[in-house]
Design a protein around this ligand. Structure first.
Ligand SMILES: [Zn+2]
Length: 93
């Protein structure tokens, strides 16, 4: 995953998602993290730059399936992979 914006950035690493401070763009650390829904998690982050000290909230949401689950949960509703060859055809009797 890679989401770069004018201020701050989110990028994946080998051990998790790294979020930089939207103000000074230095690394942050997660102070607390809690489940909001089955697909959404909220975390409080603090900037590691002592001169900045920004503390803020981020929300991480599962939004799109790349490869379907073998054990799907009925409450999970996500955009699925694009099925380019799935075409609706009239049923002939
Ligand atoms: Zn900062």
């Amino acid at each position: 995953m890679s989401v770069d914006r004018k201020q701050g950035a989110v990028r994946a690493s080998g051990s998790g998602i790294k979020v930089t401070c939207p103000h000074c763009e230095k690394p942050t650390i997660v102070r607390t993290s809690e489940k909001i829904t089955r697909q959404t998690r909220q975390a409080k982050l603090i900037c590691t730059n002592a001169d900045c000290g920004h503390t803020f909230i981020v929300v991480v949401e599962a939004v799109k399936t790349i490869s379907p689950s073998a054990t799907p949960h009925p409450e999970v509703r996500m955009q699925g992979p694009t099925l380019k060859h799935a075409v609706a055809r009239p049923v002939s009797a």
